[in-house]
Design a protein around this ligand. Structure first.
Ligand SMILES: Cc1cc2nc3c(=O)[nH]c(=O)nc-3n(C[C@H](O)[C@H](O)[C@H](O)COP(=O)(O)O)c2cc1C
Length: 127
């Protein structure tokens, strides 16, 4: 976990990720957090963090059987005071399907009335 508190843009940003298979999403999350000067949490750690104080929260994992890891869906489902602005990312074997494969987590965020300001998926070859 990093503890940068405020990005160069002035937005307080957190990135929450799960990366269980090849570490692909972890590598993307680490680069994003470094570039955005965001606080970086695993989904396990983030369960104990109040993310409502952040201006922007990014959520990402590998895609497993057509959707994000369940730990992210659980975190979003459990939010009592959700962050206003979010973005989604993933790594996947089939990145061109990301609109479909992000639908489950996107639906959870919309239910929480979070604005989704970005959506990103890529394939890594570290298998
Ligand atoms: C059990 C399993 C299921 C997967 N299911 C999908 C899938 O439905 N769609 C897809 O595009 N990629 C799928 N993949 C590929 C992963 O999304 C991809 O390797 C991803 O980068 C893994 O992320 P991680 O290393 O951060 O866990 C699957 C991989 C595994 C091991």
């Amino acid at each position: 976990m990093t503890d940068n508190h405020s990005s160069s843009t002035g937005l307080r940003t957190a990135i929450v990720y799960t990366s269980v298979h090849h570490g692909n999403t972890r590598r993307i999350a680490e680069v994003m957090a470094s570039e955005m000067k965001a606080d970086l949490f695993t989904a396990d750690d983030a369960a104990a963090v109040d993310l409502s104080g952040y201006d922007l929260v990014g959520l990402g994992s590998g895609i497993y059987f057509g959707r994000h890891h369940r730990s992210l869906r659980q975190i979003v489902g459990a939010w009592n005071s959700p962050p206003k602005r979010t973005f989604l990312f993933s790594t996947a074997g089939l990145p061109f399907l990301h609109f479909l494969q992000h639908a489950s987590l996107r639906g959870r965020l919309r239910k929480q009335t979070c604005e989704i300001v970005g959506d990103f998926c890529c394939r890594l070859h570290a298998h």
